[in-house]
Design a protein around this ligand. Structure first.
Ligand SMILES: [Zn+2]
Length: 184
């Protein structure tokens, strides 16, 4: 079970957490606990690659920083290049001489999809270069996001969160943890 793997490496935490949005949740994902571990990450990347193999992607495109690590492993499994979008003065760009054009079939890869914002930014870049998108591969999907390409996630883990005043764990007196202190 993927959720057990994520829990074992400390990537999926259970408790009472303060999210960056200010809301409270009983789950928190520390994605770098899985991304930092190539031996654990490789089989997940392999599963994403196998799902999209028949779509014959020519390139994997991810978003800096976490997506690069997953994208690299997915590209290794597919035998394609792995390129990434990064922010320059707050705007997403393909830099470093990465080529992407109309003959490319891009597989967009993201570690954890929550709002889908960074995936949308990558899709905009890919479409802007005239390349086609075969789909979006992710380890975890945390929400019902509307994206204009098929999303395949290894684990669906809807984000349940509460305003502080409506949080059942607050009502039970469970101490609140700020995982942001571990995020840095
Ligand atoms: Zn709470």
């Amino acid at each position: 079970m993927l959720s057990e793997t994520l829990e074992r490496v400390g990537a999926l935490l259970s408790g009472h957490f303060l999210l960056s949005s200010g809301r409270h949740s009983d789950r928190f994902i520390q994605k770098f606990r899985i991304l930092e571990n190539p031996a654990e990450l490789a089989p997940l990347a392999q599963a994403i690659a196998e799902h999209f193999l028949s779509a014959a992607p020519t390139v994997v495109v991810s978003a800096a920083v976490g997506g690069i690590l997953l994208g690299h492993e997915v590209a290794r499994a597919l035998g394609t290049r792995s390129i990434f979008v990064e922010k320059e003065r707050g705007e997403p760009h393909l830099r470093r001489g990465f080529s992407l054009g109309p003959s490319d079939r891009a597989l967009v890869v993201e570690d954890v999809v929550t709002t889908g914002q960074s995936v949308r930014e990558v899709l905009d870049i890919v479409h802007g270069r005239g390349a086609s998108v075969v789909g979006i591969g992710a380890i975890v999907c945390r929400g019902a996001v509307a994206l204009d390409a098929p999303l395949f996630a290894l684990l669906d883990l809807p984000l349940d969160s509460y305003a502080a005043g409506e949080c059942p764990q607050c009502a039970s007196g469970v101490p609140l943890e700020d995982p942001g202190s571990r995020r840095v």
